[in-house]
Design a binder for this molecule. Structure first.
Ligand code: FES
Length: 244
């Protein structure tokens, strides 16, 4: 569907916030994603859409955080009035626990923020662990602060919060459901830690996608039950179910 661009602004050196307005908003659950057409109307290139986690929903507007990583995302950051989006896609983060720890690596926050915000506003016990190489990677901090969501920041160079890795601060969150989204190295480390601590843990996977709706098999991953498609069986999986 066509969405009107409300803003497409730089949050840090590489990260942008894209907000769009939709005439009719379908029900969106936290953890779902959208397939965004990055080419301009009337052009054919690049052909493939980009998957982006639905960062926030307010009234009839939906926002996404993305990082400039190549030609597609660079094109997306250019001024445009209208954008073609398919949403909502994928499964979602279940609201079954009372205590949640959301572990975000860089723009992995894009797949987790909506759940953290909604669960926090409902009175659940929510903490975010937000990590990156440096302060530049924590571009969603103003949104976390806006809603007063408890947050522990960790950076590899110590430019913001604790110096180290997100896995350095997880030992204090034992009887808590973890949900992580970020680079694969981080997800592997979180999965290991969850297993060691016997904690319920979910991973929101960010894989390359072509169709986003289950037909191209471009996003398959190995799981305990054979190959699964991240776009329709995920993106949220129990950590001990997936092979990373
Ligand atoms: S992206 Fe096509 S099947 Fe998942």
């Amino acid at each position: 569907m066509k969405a009107k661009v409300i803003e497409n602004r730089r949050l840090s050196e590489k990260d942008f916030l894209l907000s769009v307005n939709l005439p009719e908003l379908p029900e969106i659950k936290p953890g779902q994603f959208a397939m965004i057409q990055v080419r301009k109307t009337g052009q054919l290139d690049p052909l493939l859409r980009r998957p982006l986690g639905i960062f926030d929903v307010e009234g009839n507007s939906v926002s996404f955080i993305y990082r400039i990583a190549g030609r597609g995302t660079r094109l997306l950051s250019k001024e445009q009035e209208e954008i073609d989006v398919i949403l909502p896609l994928g499964n979602h983060i279940e609201e079954t626990a009372e205590k949640y720890l959301f572990i975000a690596g860089g723009i992995g926050i894009g797949g987790l923020f909506l759940a953290a915000k909604q669960f926090h506003l409902k009175g659940k016990n929510v903490t975010i662990v937000y990590g990156g190489k440096s302060r530049e990677d924590l571009s969603a901090m103003p949104f976390i602060k806006k809603y007063g969501i408890p947050c522990i920041t960790v950076t590899e160079d110590g430019s913001e919060g604790k110096k180290g890795l997100v896995t350095d601060v997880l030992q204090d969150f034992k009887e808590t459901t973890w949900v992580a989204c970020g680079p694969s190295g981080m997800l592997k480390a979180v999965k290991e830690k969850a297993k060691l601590m016997n904690v319920e843990c979910y991973l929101s996977l960010d894989t390359r996608m072509a169709c986003g709706v289950g037909s191209c098999l471009g996003c398959v991953i190995k799981t305990a039950e054979g190959y699964k498609r991240v776009c329709v069986d995920g993106p949220v999986f129990k950590s001990d179910f997936v092979e990373l």
